[in-house]
Structures are given as structure tokens and as C-alpha cells.
Design a protein around this ligand. Structure first.
Ligand code: THU
Length: 134
């Protein structure tokens, strides 16, 4: 990834983070994805008084991109303002596997400049994928 795309992704994820609707957990998450066509999409977590209806930032981000016609992504990032880096939850890992290649990277950043990266294949080994349906 170029430095310019990394900065664009970080800016988009931070903006989403700031708009997160998380009054119950107070845990704001922003995500941003770069499509193979070079477009950037973002998403934030969106909680609900019926707690189980919460949507994570990563899935909202990918859903927005799908709605715009993009289905293949180079990379996805997560941004939180937590001392401890935030990895994607299990449900998000399953959705990430659907749209990012096995050797693509997911990177989580925080406001302190820390970052951690994982390859999709390591986030969800032995994943159930569209290939299992053929
Ligand atoms: N959350 C995300 O948005 N992404 C993750 O991968 C981890 C969890 C959100 C869901 C909920 O609104 C809050 O963080 C606390 O779990």
C-alpha cells in the first residue's frame, strides 16, 4: 500500500470513529477499506438499546462499499483510541473473509501510533467461504 493510501485510510477511519454511535459501551470504532478500484469506504460501530442489534464498524464499512458496487478489497483498517489495539471480532472476521483475499492484510491502529497487522488467512483459519458452496 502507498503512503498516500495509508493516510487516506487512516483519515477515513478516524472520521468514522468520531461519528460512532456507541452510547452503551462508549467504545468507539472506525474502519476503512480500500477497494481494488482504489476507492475508500469507511464505517463506524452502531449500537442499539436492544444491545444484540449492534453493528460493528468493519461490517458497516464493507456494507457501505457493497452498496456502492465495490466487492473486492485490497485491505481494511480498524482505528480505536484504546491503549490496547482492537482486533476484529469473530463475526467481522467471517465477513472480511468473504471480501478480502487470504493473503490481504487487516491492520489495526490506535491514537498512540501503535499498529498490528494480520493476514486474512490468520484471522480465520479454515474459514467457511463461498468456495465451500460450490
Ligand atoms: N466493535 C466493533 O465495531 N468492531 C470490532 O471488531 C470489535 C467490537 C464494537 C461493537 C460494540 O459497539 C463495541 O465495539 C464494544 O464491543
Amino acid at each position: 500500500m502507498t503512503d498516500s493510501n495509508k493516510q487516506r485510510l487512516l483519515d477515513a477511519a478516524k472520521q468514522a470513529h468520531d461519528n460512532a454511535y456507541a452510547p452503551y459501551s462508549n467504545f468507539h470504532v472506525g474502519a476503512a477499506a480500500l477497494s481494488k478500484n482504489g476507492k475508500i469506504f469507511n464505517g463506524c460501530n452502531m449500537e442499539n438499546a436492544s444491545y444484540g442489534l449492534t453493528n460493528c464498524a468493519e461490517r458497516n464499512c464493507l456494507g457501505t462499499a457493497i452498496c456502492d458496487g465495490e466487492q473486492e478489497f485490497e485491505t481494511l483498517i480498524i482505528y480505536t483510541e484504546q491503549e490496547k489495539i482492537t482486533p476484529p471480532c469473530g463475526a467481522c472476521r467471517q465477513v472480511i473473509v468473504e471480501f478480502l483475499e487470504q493473503d490481504a492484510y487487516v491492520t489495526a491502529y490506535n491514537h498512540l501510533g501503535d499498529e498490528l497487522s494480520w493476514q486474512v488467512k490468520d484471522l480465520l483459519p479454515q474459514a467457511f467461504t463461498p468456495k465451500n458452496l460450490t
